[in-house]
Design a protein around this ligand. Structure first.
Ligand code: TYD
Length: 139
């Protein structure tokens, strides 16, 4: 369900419109962390799902550079589904949030801007472990 809470994490990017084609930019001050890594997911077969993990510390910012997809967010209490379909809007995902990416359109490209380099130890890939980690921090 898209609600106000999820919309607060949607950030509009500057869009410089031009008859030659539009231009958007992600830079310092637009997202609330220092950019350490950028990666992108593409050539996604129909019906594929990605994600299925949370991060202990990493923050990420996702943009549908092309096409569309849904991001299912779970903070351990509530589940939200956010559709990304604009190259001039991104979703901020804080640490401690389980995310799944699904329903990719044909030709979708997911850009991810991250607050750190790749560290496998920062991942929680087991959903029960994620729920237990949230219960432990709630105490
Ligand atoms: P993963 O983060 O699980 O992908 P997604 O969340 O999109 O499903 O990463 C998939 C694989 O790619 C995994 O084996 C780790 C590797 N990987 C890197 O080597 N470097 C990276 O920066 C990322 C994001 C993943």
């Amino acid at each position: 369900m898209e609600n106000d809470k999820s919309k607060r994490n949607l950030i509009s990017l500057p869009k410089i419109e031009d008859r030659r084609g539009n231009l958007s930019v992600i830079e310092k001050d637009i997202i609330p962390f220092e950019i350490k890594r950028v990666y992108y997911v593409y050539d996604i077969p129909s019906g594929s799902e990605r994600g299925g993990h949370s991060h202990k510390n990493l923050q990420e910012f996702l943009v549908a550079l092309s096409g569309s997809f849904e991001v299912v967010l779970n903070d351990g209490k509530e589940k939200q589904i956010i559709t990304l379909n604009k190259p001039y809007e991104g979703l901020l995902i804080n640490s401690g949030i389980w995310r799944e990416l699904q329903n990719f359109s044909s030709g979708a490209v997911c850009l991810v801007v991250a607050s750190d380099v790749y560290i496998e130890d920062d991942y929680i890939r087991d959903f029960d472990e994620f729920i237990n980690s949230k219960k432990a921090t709630d105490k």
